[in-house]
Design a protein around this ligand. Structure first.
Ligand SMILES: [Zn+2]
Ligand SMILES: [Zn+2]
Length: 288
């Protein structure tokens, strides 16, 4: 059993990198990829523990991107995974990632300023204390509820944080094609995460988007995922064959932060990623 898509406290998961390694060993995982949002810090924090335990640890990352989509002014959200199977990330890629992290922090500081303009006592530091490296709107919502500015997290979003609400500040995300190209040049195998979210199951649109991503240098598709039905998995396995892409899979484990998803086995045992997939990813990455 292997799991190639997981999150730790370095992004929005609830287990620390070392705790995640311990959990992986306890359930008998052979290989684990840590793929936190926008940061490689989870891998760094887990490496020593994994070595000591004899667990094969893979350095990975997940990046939120946008792809132009008719009828959607902000484009379609696309999550891109990068797997560093044969090379460490290049300095140029690390610099690009630092830019993404800076854009997130800048958005948060503008959001805090906007809330203060509206007369709400919200400081960036108190929000960041909840969110650490991956502070975002959910953490703002919790602070707003804690201070009595909103009754619930949902209220906080509808009153202040949603795209149509009065404190909304857009987040700048890279284009999917640019992220794919940067990851590839920087030493990673770029993979579209949970592709069932691309086009709400519209097979023709999925195919068009994947073709565009292949032009940018896509290396794989996440065919197996906790939120994929068996039919989704079959469709993406077929697309991967058609476009000559590697296939990957993972639970998208977040610990307590995503109830119902188990490390290695997904939702109610709906996941079983074959070890052979990792071997094929490595072959593929060696040709990058
Ligand atoms: Zn994702
Ligand atoms: Zn994820």
């Amino acid at each position: 059993m292997i799991d190639l898509h997981t999150h730790t406290t370095e992004s929005d998961g609830s287990l620390s990198p070392a705790e995640l390694v311990d959990r992986a060993c306890a359930i008998g995982l052979e290989a684990l990829a840590i793929s936190d949002h926008d940061t490689l810090a989870g891998y760094d924090g887990a490496l020593e523990r994994a070595r000591g335990a004899g667990l094969e640890l893979i350095r990975a990352i997940e990046i939120g991107t946008r792809h132009p989509e008719p009828g959607k002014p902000r484009g379609q959200s696309v999550h891109v995974l990068g797997y560093f199977l044969t090379r460490a990330p290049s300095p140029i890629l690390l610099e690009w990632l630092a830019g993404i992290q800076a854009a997130r922090r800048d958005r948060n500081s503008r959001l805090a300023a906007r809330l203060r303009e509206l007369g709400l006592d919200v400081r960036l530091e108190e929000v960041e204390a909840l969110g650490r490296r991956l502070t975002g709107r959910p953490h703002f919502a919790r602070v707003l509820v804690g201070k009595g500015y909103a009754a619930t997290v949902e209220d906080a979003f509808s009153l202040y944080l949603n795209e149509s609400a009065k404190a909304y500040v857009p987040k700048v995300e890279p284009l999917a094609a640019d992220a794919i190209a940067h990851l590839r040049e920087g030493g990673a195998l770029p993979v579209v995460a949970h592709p069932f979210r691309l086009a709400e199951g519209n097979p023709q649109r999925e195919r068009e988007m994947i073709a565009a991503f292949c032009d940018a240098g896509l290396g794989g598709l996440e065919a197996w995922h906790s939120d994929h039905s068996p039919a989704d998995a079959d469709r993406f396995l077929a697309l991967a064959r058609q476009f000559d892409l590697a296939v990957t899979g993972g639970s998208d484990f977040h610990g307590e932060a995503k109830a119902g998803v188990q490390l290695g086995t997904g939702r109610n045992g709906n996941l079983a990623v074959p070890r052979a997939a990792l071997d094929r990813m490595r072959e593929r990455a060696a040709r990058l």
